[in-house]
Design a protein around this ligand. Structure first.
Ligand SMILES: [Zn+2]
Ligand SMILES: [Zn+2]
Length: 218
């Protein structure tokens, strides 16, 4: 037989209402902070819409995981649903539905987090808008084939760096690539052989700057 317990705060009986520790559930939740969440402010690039998290520019999809990571609790977070709204241009609101396991019972919590939003162009977009590119990949061959391969390359390259421009030439396609290395790695990934040339394009802070051209013949 269950021993009856009486909530010291409101007098409710454990026969009528569930208890958590020595309080009725309602009073327990009122008295104990189940979780805490620090303030989060957002920096977003107006061009590519990526956001800056932990010093890196990432797709805005990562915000969900980031918020979840910031939820502090001594209880296990068993469920978390976040919906985003934008009440005005300077804020993003996260409506968070959470469920915690508190002494074996599911306790639901709702929270609305207003995050100040600031817009700033990311370094990649600043470079791209200035026409910067460290490499050019020239795809040469029959039109249909060059179009198909260059589309595949652009998709791969854009996972790691920016594509400044794709130029259709009479002989094929030129892809201007922001950072050289990911551009050339994409060629290896697609097993494309290329011939390389390098051209001096200037100097910055006493260092010579080169642009690499990789020519692929299909
Ligand atoms: Zn109570
Ligand atoms: Zn950007």
């Amino acid at each position: 037989m269950d021993m009856e317990r009486i909530c010291p705060q409101c007098g409710a009986s454990s026969r009528d209402t569930p208890f958590l520790a020595s309080f009725c559930r309602n009073c327990f939740i009122q008295r104990n902070r189940i979780f805490s969440l620090p303030e989060i402010s957002l920096l977003q690039c107006p061009k590519c819409e990526r956001i800056r998290l932990k010093g890196e520019w990432v797709a805005s999809d990562f915000l969900h995981a980031h918020i979840r990571e910031k939820i502090q609790s001594k209880y296990a977070l068993t469920h978390c649903r976040i919906q985003f709204h934008q009440p005005d241009k300077k804020h993003v609101e996260a409506r968070i539905d959470m469920e915690f396991n508190v002494d074996g019972q599911a306790v639901a919590e709702k929270y609305s987090l207003a995050m100040p939003l600031e817009k700033k162009m990311c370094p990649d977009c600043s470079l791209r808008s200035g026409g910067y590119h460290e490499a050019v990949i020239q795809i040469r061959g029959p039109k249909e084939k060059t179009q198909k391969i260059s589309a595949q390359l652009v998709r791969l390259i854009e996972k790691k760096t920016f594509v400044t421009k794709v130029v259709q030439q009479k002989e094929g396609v030129d892809i201007q690539v922001g950072k050289k290395r990911p551009g050339l790695e994409a060629l290896t990934q697609l097993r494309l052989d290329a011939t390389y040339t390098r051209k001096l394009i200037g100097e910055r802070e006493g260092k010579r700057l080169y642009r690499t051209t990789a020519c692929v013949r299909l």
